[in-house]
Design a protein around this ligand. Structure first.
Ligand SMILES: NC(=O)c1ccc[n+]([C@@H]2O[C@H](COP(=O)([O-])OP(=O)(O)OC[C@H]3O[C@@H](n4cnc5c(N)ncnc54)[C@H](OP(=O)(O)O)[C@@H]3O)[C@@H](O)[C@H]2O)c1
Length: 285
């Protein structure tokens, strides 16, 4: 039996990945912070003994340790740990509250580190690998997305450090980079940002109105792709005999490659144009 762990399995990409891994014959530990529902197309996942829902809040060290203990009681090793759980905290630095910054880093960066730490013994015995789900913001920092950019850059740094650190045990560390994908993550991010703005100093919020409006317009231009495409790339990273360091969904590969290879001044100009921020001047005070 080949067993894997997927964190954040109750979300768009996580749920699609659980389904596809099941179809490929894996026993899947589906990490879930709350109730798990794998939908009508779940091939009976709720009743499927091959999908084992495990309570897992990656931001809570005790929850991570408890999940590792439970899984260690059921299997001898894991073929992969897929760090998929993630959130987007958006908005200008000046308007993002400290606890939102903390949530961002705890879920996207510290969370995977805690999960990897607790599950390494099972990865060693299972000749397993680590798959970290990053984003284009892990390679290119975006304005008004500073918090998530920091968190995903951190995840990329963690992946690069661990790749060498874990080489003696031949534990591959793979980064998967989805493109913009149709999930609830953007609605959730917008709702959290709106709640934060309600709490912020009105005069400081007013300073950023043009940028916030431009960001919303720019976001509406993105055409998100299907979750199944990302799940396929994740499963390729899990199954490859000799996994590469990075697997990117095609669109992210092109976008990331262009932006990371441009000289910084040109990249800044391009990003400012793409996000609609070019030409916005501070209002006269
Ligand atoms: N969608 C995109 O365009 C896109 C692009 C690039 C990268 N990604 C990355 O893909 C991954 C999956 O995102 P998604 O688009 O599928 O988002 P999503 O639909 O919002 O799902 C996110 C998942 O993460 C879980 N989660 C959040 N906080 C958690 C915590 N503290 N502990 C455990 N689980 C937690 C959520 O659980 P709850 O339901 O309990 O909140 C949910 O299951 C993320 O790492 C994201 O950064 C997404």
């Amino acid at each position: 039996m080949k067993a894997v762990l997927v964190t954040g399995s109750t979300g768009g990409i996580g749920t699609a990945t659980v389904r596809l891994l099941r179809r490929r014959g894996f026993t899947v530990y589906a990490g879930a912070r709350g109730p798990a529902d794998f939908g009508p197309d779940d091939h009976g996942a709720a009743a499927d003994p091959g999908v084992r829902v495990v309570p897992l809040d990656v931001a809570d060290p005790e929850s991570v340790a408890a999940a590792a203990k439970r899984i260690a009681g059921e299997v001898d090793g894991l073929a992969a740990v897929i760090n998929n759980a993630g959130v987007i905290v958006q908005g200008p630095l000046e308007l993002v509250p400290a606890d939102e910054w903390r949530r961002q880093l705890e879920v996207n960066t510290l969370g995977p580190a805690l999960v990897i730490r607790e599950f390494l013994p099972l990865l060693r015995t299972g000749s397993g690998r680590i798959v970290n789900v990053s984003a284009v913001t892990g390679r290119v920092a975006m304005p008004l997305l500073g918090a998530v950019s920091v968190s995903k850059h951190g995840l990329e740094a963690l992946s690069n450090a661990l790749r060498l650190e874990l080489a003696p045990w031949k534990i591959p560390v793979v980064v998967v980079e989805p493109g913009t994908t149709r999930t609830e993550i953007f609605t959730r991010a917008a709702a959290a940002a709106d709640a934060a703005l309600q709490q912020a100093d009105r005069s400081r919020v007013d300073l950023y109105r043009p940028q916030l409006a431009a960001y919303e317009k720019a976001l509406a231009r993105f055409k998100p792709g299907p979750v199944d495409k990302v799940a396929e790339v994740i499963v390729r990273a899990v199954e490859a005999r000799h996994p590469r360091r990075r697997y990117a969904v095609a669109e992210a590969r092109t976008f990331g490659a262009i932006l990371t290879n441009l000289p910084a001044p040109l990249r800044d100009r391009l990003l400012a144009t793409a996000t609609g921020l070019n030409g916005i001047k501070a209002a006269e005070s």
